[in-house]
Write a protein that binds this ligand. Structure first.
Ligand SMILES: [Zn+2]
Length: 752
């Protein structure tokens, strides 16, 4: 799933475990006033006793709106504690969104033996890194402390007023350590109307996103049941809204009382909507529909525990069913759709057949393709969009077939899905398409680690590293073991671990069983460490008598040292030879002699992009810098130079040529823009290169707009819309420019 895979958040996010009831004990002011020594003493004592409640009480809320103050408070605290010199045995770190690094960098020098971490949002992945970096013996995760056993939600959707009215019945695990105190996350939009509990009075506090409930008479050995009624207008945020045409209610937005993201439960979701509206839920199929005159109720009985309660709703869907490769697939298609539904279904079928063939059978599953203004995928539905189908359908295997702790094994999910998409494209359009995709995997990964610290794949949650480097690692494995064995490995892995728990070592052992040799060296260097190798080749051809030759060549490692087989190709027009040599992670350079019975004209790496060569890094550097100059810094002449450099390394790269044209356009250089754009419009295209054509028509439209030739501009924008393939971005832009001409601040020497 591209955007969100909610189980991931599940694992360690215990942000709200540091919440508001502690306010009573320790407010901002009281912390400031508290003697630091006392604080440390209390903390150490609590930690020694493993009294987690006490620990929590020492710290405060993680409400997003308090983030800034919170961070400042942490900083003040760390400064006051003079952590550089203070020898505390252990300490609590709060990780709050992106501020986390600031906090951590303040404390990296501290000798820490124990660490209690509260992680918020995607910062969770840092846990294992921190653990490693500081050599921590222990850290504490709270997930066992909390749990909702059952959750019955009744939701009334009111699109005319953009409101939700919810009645939530929660059955909670008995948690004697909480002594009747419970806290939940619940969107600040909502107003609590009523709370009741079987066992008597409840004290209620709602502060921002935090809902705190305290049972007046709690009993240590009873499960707790709360009934919470609330309602409110749904503010459009984080891709959640309630509107007449379409509504999106997302689990991430705390629209129902949730304890932590690990908070799985069974139960039911009843969605009550005005007549005519259809809904689809995140992870389960709606089993029953009760109808009356004005409203309809959709019921989802939740028998498998889930933490993803969410749904889409629209009055504009036409719903149908198709059988695709013996799987029942629902289609939620807009009544006025412009999609070529038959073609898309055919494509889905083609993808399923292909995956079944190479990965083997997987679980039968019912899911839906849904058309609408959303881009996230859930277990139950996939956006009806050609460009992401192959990736998303592959999650039937790389998610559906196993279970895993995805906080440390997301590679098994997203790296594999990305590479599956590439395998499908290779089958469909050939090796050249595959190589192009792998090439840009690398470029994107290199761009990502320019902006943020590189991390081992096993620590990563989302972002370019897990998708792009993740796919690249699989391609590299394929290069090491060979095509045939690689495909066998994938099938063996899915079949061997079907319905079982997996981690990356499971995949490794499946790979070793087929390959017949240990692959520790491969998995350790690619998964457990950050980084990537960079290889350069130097050679000398010494012709010998009788048209023979001796080649002296050296492989140089310029970056992180890796163990790799290196295939070298020696060739003339008519003859070629290929030899595999190994370099290890102990060797910066390694020289070889090769005797050939012909005299090669050239010697090069042969790897279908699996060997990261110096040229690739140089290209990445030039291209990524060019893009930054063009879109970020708006330094067009410099961007043009960078793109030209990139083209010297990889002539006729269409993405670079397209961006070069854009840079000329922005720079007001008419003749060069026309030359590049005309070349791109008139050249012959492969079937899969639709994106390039759309972008260049879009840029041409912009160009005509700038020249005041509106009719011609419109003509170009319409051409963008004619090519309905690939990602929607250029089309959305074209729609905007069809309404309103493209404009820019012209430079003096710009287009007249
Ligand atoms: Zn995915």
């Amino acid at each position: 799933m591209k955007k969100v895979f909610s189980k991931i958040f599940a694992l360690l996010i215990i942000s709200f475990s540091l919440v508001c009831f502690s306010k009573e004990i320790l407010s901002d002011d009281s912390l400031k006033n508290m003697e630091i020594e006392d604080f440390v003493k209390s903390y150490e004592l609590a930690l020694k006793e493993k009294n987690y409640e006490k620990l929590l009480n020492l710290f405060d809320d993680k409400n997003p709106e308090f983030k800034k103050q919170e961070t400042d408070r942490w900083k003040v605290l760390f400064k006051k504690l003079n952590l550089d010199t203070l020898k505390v045995e252990s300490f609590i770190i709060g990780i709050i969104d992106n501020e986390a690094e600031i906090i951590i960098s303040h404390t990296t020098e501290v000798p820490l033996n124990n660490l209690l971490i509260s992680a918020y949002n995607n910062e969770v992945y840092k846990l294992s890194r921190i653990k490693e970096k500081w050599n921590l013996s222990d850290y504490v995760v709270f997930k066992e402390l909390y749990g909702t056993v059952q959750r019955n939600l009744k939701v009334k959707l009111m699109p005319e007023t953009n409101e939700l009215r919810v009645s939530a019945e929660l059955l909670l695990k008995k948690e004697p350590q909480n002594r009747g105190k419970y806290f939940f996350k619940l969107d600040e939009d909502f107003k609590i109307e009523k709370v009741s509990s079987e066992s008597g009075d409840v004290e209620i506090k709602k502060l921002g996103y935090v809902l705190f409930l305290k049972q007046k008479n709690y009993s240590e050995d009873k499960n707790v049941k709360f009934q919470i009624d609330y309602s409110g207008k749904v503010t459009e945020r984080n891709n959640q809204y309630v509107k007449e045409e379409f509504s999106i209610i997302r689990e991430e937005n705390f629209w129902y009382p949730k304890r932590d993201s690990e908070d799985y439960s069974i139960g039911s979701l009843e969605i009550i909507v005005p007549k005519g509206i259809q809904t689809i839920t995140d992870t389960g199929i709606l089993t029953k529909t009760i109808q009356d005159n004005e409203i309809e109720t959709f019921i989802w009985e939740i028998k498998e525990p889930t933490n993803s309660f969410g749904f889409l709703a629209s009055k504009n869907w036409e719903i149908s069913q198709v059988e695709i490769k013996n799987q029942r697939v629902y289609l939620h298609v807009m009544k006025d759709t412009k999609l070529d539904v038959k073609k898309l279904v055919k494509k889905a079928e083609e993808i399923l057949i292909f995956y079944n063939d190479i990965f083997g059978q997987t679980r039968e599953r019912t899911f839906a393709f849904v058309e609408g203004p959303f881009s996230h995928t859930r277990l139950n539905y996939i956006p009806f969009d050609e460009s992401i189908m192959a990736h998303e359908i592959s999650h039937n295997w790389w998610l559906g077939a196993f279970s895993a702790d995805y906080a440390t094994n997301l590679w098994l999910c997203e790296g594999f899905a990305t590479y599956s998409d590439e395998l499908y494209n290779e089958m469909k359009y050939g090796k050249k398409k595959l190589e192009e995709m792998i090439f840009y995997n690398l470029i994107k990964y290199l761009n990502a680690i320019k902006k943020r610290e590189d991390q081992p794949l096993i620590d990563i949650l989302y972002g370019s590293i897990v998708y792009n480097k993740g796919a690249y690692v699989l391609h590299n494995l394929r290069y090491v073991v060979g095509d045939e064995i690689f495909i066998k490995i994938l099938k063996h892995y899915t079949q061997k671990y079907f319905n079982k728990d997996v981690n990356y070592r499971s995949f490794q052992s499946a790979a070793e069983e087929i390959y017949g040799q240990k692959l520790d060296w491969f998995f350790n260097q690619w998964l457990t460490k950050p980084g990537i190798p960079e290889f350069e080749l130097k050679y000398q051809i010494q012709p010998q008598k009788g048209k023979k030759s001796v080649i002296e060549f050296t492989i140089i490692q310029r970056r992180d040292l890796f163990t790799m087989p290196i295939d070298i190709k020696f060739f003339t027009k008519n003859k070629s030879a290929r030899k595999r040599h190994w370099i290890t992670d102990k060797e910066k350079t390694k020289s070889f002699l090769e005797k050939l019975d012909f005299i090669p004209e050239e010697v090069c790496f042969e790897s279908d992009i699996a060997i990261p060569t110096r040229a690739i890094f140089e290209f990445a550097e030039a291209f990524n810098k060019g893009a930054e100059l063009l879109y970020g810094q708006k330094k067009y002449s410099e961007a043009i130079e960078k793109f030209k450099q990139a083209l010297q390394i990889k002539p006729d790269d269409l993405v670079v040529r397209r961006e070069l044209a854009k840079a000329y356009l922005e720079n007001g250089d008419c003749s060069n823009f026309e030359r590049e754009a005309n070349y791109l419009i008139n050249r012959k295209y492969e079937e899969y290169e639709y994106d390039q054509r759309r972008w260049i028509y879009l840029f041409y439209g912009n160009y005509y707009d700038l020249k005041g030739m509106r009719e011609k501009a419109i003509e170009m924008y319409k051409k963008v819309l004619e090519i309905i393939k690939g990602d929607e971005h250029p089309q959305n832009m074209a729609k905007i420019y069809l309404k309103k001409p493209y404009k820019k601040e012209l430079k003096k020497d710009s287009i007249e």
